[in-house]
Each structure stands twice: as structure tokens, then as C-alpha cells.
Design a protein around this ligand. Structure first.
Ligand SMILES: CC(C)(COP(=O)(O)OP(=O)(O)OC[C@H]1O[C@@H](n2cnc3c(N)ncnc32)[C@H](O)[C@@H]1OP(=O)(O)O)[C@@H](O)C(=O)NCCC(=O)NCCS
Length: 198
């Protein structure tokens, strides 16, 4: 199920294993075997490895297994994981993923991280905003959700800058880093279609 029908157009959706999404400065494209160096950098960040399946400690074998998992998630229509690469230089600066488990209910979720050396340029907000708009247009999603731990101020800023609204605190909502934790729910709703002209 790598080409879901687009909910509001009824037309066949994009091939989730290959599709690339462009924002002003970045391209969100599938992870590739030559990205293992950036994956190794991500594996050195303890918070990234605690909330994702980025292998820690890093090994080439673990890196290839991560890449295979990303392809399988997209091929199965479970998620659309993409590397965030600089359009000018091609350098990978981070990761953003759409979770599609509840797409048939019109809801998607997003997860993201930026390599420590690439932070401070608003990359996550640009990637999250662009990917969310794409999911509204091309996958027919109606509501996008971000769950952020209450202490994670940079991530909360990312959510707001990407057009999400804070909806509240969900207590003991999910396991992150091996522990149940509260999360703040941020959501963005697909804008209504403009009225048809006669
Ligand atoms: C969250 C994360 C993706 C943001 O990376 P980024 O896109 O480079 O974000 P920036 O450094 O440009 O900062 C984004 C905003 O947070 C603010 N910010 C940065 N560090 C901050 C801090 N320690 N306290 C408060 N605000 C902070 C910035 O000023 C900026 O605010 P603005 O948009 O109002 O200008 C990155 O920190 C990261 O990868 N963290 C680890 C993984 C993670 O937390 N993922 C999200 C899980 S929900």
C-alpha cells in the first residue's frame, strides 16, 4: 500500500517509497545508503536515539538495517520517513517522518530531528510545515498532530512556527525514551477548500 488514494480528490496518491517534497531550502527525500555518515552523527545524540530507532551505538550494519526499515515503513504505507537535505549542497541535516496509521480517519502524526551541528536555522519548522501542507494536498489528511514533551522548548517553538496550535497536556500519554510521559498536543487543521465559483 505505497500509493494511498488521495482522500479529497479520489485520485491515486504518490508512491511513498520514492516521493520527494521540496521546501524553500530543503528537499525531503528517501534515506540513501550514502547517508550513513549523517546517521552516525545522529546516533551520537542521546535524545534522538531515545525517541527513534536510530541505532546506538552506531554500526554500519545497524545503519543499513535502519535504512531498510525506513523503506519498509513507506512500502507498507505505515509512515513516510524522509531525510531533510539542503537543496543547495545536498547535505543531510535531519529527518522528518509522517505517521499514517490513522490516515483513514484523516489524521497524521509527525516526528523529526535535526543534527546538532545543523540546528539554529529553523530547518525543522520549514520541513514540518512543508511536509504537513503536502500531506493535506496529496494524501487527503485533515489533521496533523505533533506530540512534544513539556520540557522540549525548541520543539514547541518548531510546532508553533510550522502553524500548529497547542491544544493541551495529555497525561501519561506515551512511552518515550523507555518511560511513560506527558506530552503537549499540537495540531494543524487542513484549511477548508475555497467556495466554488459558478
Ligand atoms: C527540536 C529540534 C528539531 C529543533 O531544531 P531546529 O530546527 O534546528 O530548531 P532551531 O534551533 O532553529 O530552534 C527552533 C526554535 O526554538 C528556539 N530554541 C532553540 N533552543 C531553545 C531553548 N533551549 N529554549 C527555548 N527555545 C529554544 C529557537 O530560538 C527557535 O525559536 P523561533 O522559531 O521562535 O526563532 C532539535 O532541537 C532536535 O533535533 N532536538 C532533538 C530531537 C527532538 O527533540 N525532536 C522533536 C521531538 S517532539
Amino acid at each position: 500500500m505505497s500509493t494511498p488514494a488521495s482522500g479529497h480528490t479520489g485520485t491515486p496518491g504518490p508512491d511513498l517509497t520514492t516521493v520527494a517534497v521540496y521546501t524553500e531550502r530543503f528537499v525531503l527525500r528517501p534515506w540513501r545508503a550514502d547517508d550513513l555518515g549523517e546517521l552516525a552523527e545522529a546516533a551520537a545524540d542521546r535524545y534522538i536515539t531515545s525517541i527513534t530507532s536510530v541505532p546506538a551505538p552506531f554500526s554500519t550494519e545497524g545503519g543499513h538495517a535502519f535504512l531498510r526499515r525506513m523503506t519498509e515503513l513507506a512500502a507498507g504505507g505505515v509512515a513516510v520517513p524522509r531525510a531533510i537535505a539542503d537543496r543547495a549542497t545536498g547535505v543531510v541535516v535531519g529527518h522528518v517522518s509522517l505517521r499514517l496509521r490513522d490516515l483513514d480517519l484523516g489524521r497524521i502524526g509527525l516526528g523529526y530531528w535535526i543534527l546538532p551541528a545543523a540546528r539554529g536555522r529553523g530547518a525543522a519548522a520549514e520541513a514540518v510545515s512543508g511536509f504537513t501542507g503536502w500531506a493535506f494536498d496529496r494524501l487527503g489528511a485533515e489533521r496533523a498532530e505533533l506530540c512534544v514533551e513539556p520540557w522540549n522548548e525548541p520543539s514547541k517553538r518548531v510546532a508553533l512556527r510550522a502553524g500548529f496550535v497547542r491544544e493541551g497536556l495529555l497525561r501519561s500519554f506515551q512511552v518515550m525514551g523507555g518511560q511513560r510521559c506527558d506530552v503537549e498536543m499540537f495540531a494543524r487543521i487542513r484549511p477548508p477548500a475555497p467556495p466554488r465559483s459558478r
